[in-house]
Design a protein around this ligand. Structure first.
Ligand code: PGA
Length: 250
């Protein structure tokens, strides 16, 4: 089953507009020898300039979040149509920092996914367990509820552009990468849960990314796993040479 690789960079709250443009201009040197979808997710403020710098390259530009309402009195929030107007065609939803620091629940994320899909934005939906949950043997329960509750009410057809990112919370920004075997185990579990809720075809076709301390040094062994279709990279996506090497993984 050939799934197109998907290599994504989540810049988090880093990079000025100028730094972002400089970074993506350097990324254009990647050969993209694996014929991957390549995505970058700048801060809202840099989306427009980065999207302009990447015009015609095929790179995907994503926002790191969006709100579920169209417009109105929601101070500080940004709507799907606003990020789309700025040049984004995708959005990361449910990142663990959003869940842990800003109160994004599965229920809220279910509404955000609906809003994004209404505007034909590609959704990268993040799931993952904390260390305490892993140690308490709750991986399956946590991942299942994130998938079931987050994706509730959608058909496989409506979710056909969806990408899932498995990001164990204990591996994010800690330098502690999951082993390729640990990643593979949870990716297979995700496919099993998706088979139950959306069918085998959907589960076989959807791309599942691993995220959490991915580096140039470990990307090859992670990408070698059967159920790993790509990576969502934080820290190392800020460094042009490192992210270029990740894009052109072996
Ligand atoms: P990291 O972040 O690569 O810096 O661990 C990954 C992420 O949070 O998406």
């Amino acid at each position: 089953m050939a799934r197109k690789p998907f290599i994504a960079g989540n810049w988090k709250m880093n990079n000025t507009i100028q730094e972002g443009v400089t970074l993506v201009n350097a990324l254009k040197a990647a050969k993209n020898k694996n014929n991957a979808d390549i995505m970058v997710a700048p801060s809202f403020t840099a989306i427009n300039a980065v999207a302009n710098a990447l015009k015609g390259t095929g790179f995907i530009v994503a926002a790191q979040d969006c709100y579920f309402e169209e417009k109105g009195a929601f101070t500080s929030q940004v709507s799907p149509s606003q990020i789309k107007e700025a040049g984004a065609t995708a959005v990361i939803l449910g990142h663990s920092e959003r869940r842990a620091l800003f109160g994004d629940t599965n229920e809220i994320l279910n509404k955000k996914i609906a809003a994004a899909l209404r505007h034909n934005l590609q959704v990268i939906y993040c799931v993952g367990e904390t260390l305490a949950e892993r140690e308490a043997n709750k991986i399956e329960t946590v991942i299942t509820s994130q998938l079931v509750e987050g994706l509730k009410g959608y058909t496989a057809e409506e979710l056909k552009t969806l990408v899932i990112a498995y990001e164990p919370v204990w591996a994010i920004g800690t330098g502690k990468t999951a082993t390729p075997e640990q990643a593979e185990e949870v990716h297979a579990l995700i496919r099993k849960v998706l088979t139950k809720i959306l069918g085998a075809d959907f589960a076989n076709n959807i791309r599942i990314l691993y995220g959490g301390s991915v580096k140039a040094e470990n990307v090859d062994s992670i990408m070698a796993k059967e159920n790993v279709d790509g990576v969502l990279v934080g820290g190392q996506a800020l460094i042009a040479e490192k992210f270029t090497r990740i894009i052109d993984y072996e």
